[in-house]
Design a protein around this ligand. Structure first.
Ligand SMILES: O=C(O)C1=C[C@@H](OP(=O)(O)O)[C@@H](O)[C@H](O)C1
Ligand SMILES: C=C(OP(=O)(O)O)C(=O)O
Length: 395
């Protein structure tokens, strides 16, 4: 499918798409307590595969297909072992590329038939796991679930710890429903308590909603995004609200996210190691900032759905913005909005890159081929932009 986009003016009020990360966590939580989830719109591919994974565990199936969802994959591995399951796991070509080195090295009493998908896992979980923290936080979130299943345990993380905000998200979720998980230094102590259930909508996703915010910021509009969760204490994706404000937008949260465009945006220097999914959104606004932005802590973006260091740089280039990579940083030289070119890309099987090109195209037009790749996290992305005034045809 190709999205053909013309210059547009984006304004209005819209519900944030359901959170991929919280949605996957709540679906896995149904293994431990009563969970009743409502979804006011069709579920993304990643949420659907998370549902399939949990159903496979509950029904004793010995095979599960996970599409492109590394969060589901890397959480499933320790959870399946905690449940004593032997299961074959596979995924799409992007997931088959995603590394599993840290978890394979850490789980001493487990057997892996391969070090990448497709693979069969079996074995058991030790009461203490020592795991490298660089590759992915998703293993650690999965281990927190796994230790709730076997009655408790300790995770010792070998620093550096990446994507810490997602570990905090998992711990925050468990402690809000009655558990006792402590994160002290590089150690996580899981002391399970009886868990309350969860009933309600999947809360909105700040990182995904940031593309709607960008659509208004890049076209001179104003937007209100509702259905998000109240920002928690820890630093995470929800901090995109103040990041955009620091870059010159009128951007604040007051029971919903209010975003209003400005005549000028400021460059930013920021480390995204704890919030890697914000890198693309920050790079997008940096493209029209009045100066050079520097996004640090990005080496791990190479192992996402695409090599995002390359795909961020090439996508910005398609719209006339120059960016370069030097040791663990991307430097982006912002240009005036009037200078942004009409650009076109073939989405490299990376939903966030498609969304990046989609919102940049709202300035002076553009095309996104393989545009259906947004359904990994937000199947209604293009339809939502159209609802907000986007002149977009899907062919
Ligand atoms: O735990 C999660 O929900 C996620 C963790 C992050 O991955 P890494 O921990 O591998 O950086 C992030 O990129 C992903 O989109 C969602
Ligand atoms: C990397 C991402 O997801 P996952 O790791 O779950 O595939 C993402 O949503 O940008």
């Amino acid at each position: 499918m190709k999205a053909k986009i013309s210059s547009s003016y984006i304004e209005g009020k819209i519900r944030a798409p359901p959170s991929k990360s919280l949605g996957i966590r709540l679906i896995f939580l149904s293994l431990l307590t009563k969970v009743n989830l409502y979804a006011s719109r069709e579920l993304s591919d990643d949420l659907l595969v998370a549902k399939n994974a949990v159903n496979a565990l509950k029904n004793g199936e010995n095979y599960v297909y996970l599409g492109g969802s590394a969060t589901t994959l890397r959480m499933l591995i320790p959870i399946a072992l905690a449940l004593g399951k032997k299961i074959k796991i596979d995924g799409d070509e992007t997931l088959r590329r995603r590394p599993l080195n840290a978890i394979i090295k850490a789980l001493k009493s487990a057997k892996f038939s391969s070090n990448s998908l497709p693979l069969i896992i079996e074995g058991k979980l030790e009461e203490e796991t020592v795991i490298e923290g660089w590759e992915s936080s998703q293993y650690i979130s999965g281990l927190i679930y796994a230790y709730h299943i076997i009655g408790g345990g300790k995770i010792r993380i070998i620093p550096p710890i990446s994507s810490k905000s997602y570990i905090e998200m998992t711990i925050d979720l468990f402690n809000r429903i009655g558990s006792d998980v402590k994160f002290e230094g590089n150690e996580i102590l899981v002391n399970p308590r009886p868990l309350r259930g969860y009933e309600g909508e999947i809360p909105g996703d700040y990182a995904l909603a940031s593309f709607y915010a960008l659509a208004s910021l890049l076209t001179g509009g104003r937007i209100e995004i509702f259905g998000l969760y109240d920002p928690p204490e820890y630093f995470g994706d929800h901090n995109i609200v103040e990041i955009f404000s620091n870059m010159g937008a009128k951007s604040y949260y007051s029971s919903s996210w209010i975003v209003e465009s400005a005549d000028e945006y400021y460059p930013i220097k920021i480390n995204v190691n704890d919030v890697p999914d914000l890198a693309i959104s920050i790079a997008t606004l940096s493209s029209v900032a009045n100066g050079c932005s520097e996004i640090q802590g990005i080496e791990r973006l190479r192992i996402k759905e695409s090599d995002r260091i390359s795909t961020i740089i090439s996508t910005l280039g398609a719209f006339g913005v120059s960016a370069k990579y030097t040791n663990d940083n991307i430097t982006i030289k912002g240009i005036k909005k009037e200078k942004i070119l009409k650009g076109s890309i073939i989405c490299p099987s990376d939903h966030r890159i498609a969304m990046m090109a989609g919102v940049l195209s709202l300035i002076h037009g553009g095309e996104v081929d393989n545009a259906e790749c947004v359904k990994k996290s937000n199947p209604l992305f293009w339809q939502d932009l159209i609802k907000l005034g986007g002149k977009i045809s899907l062919e």
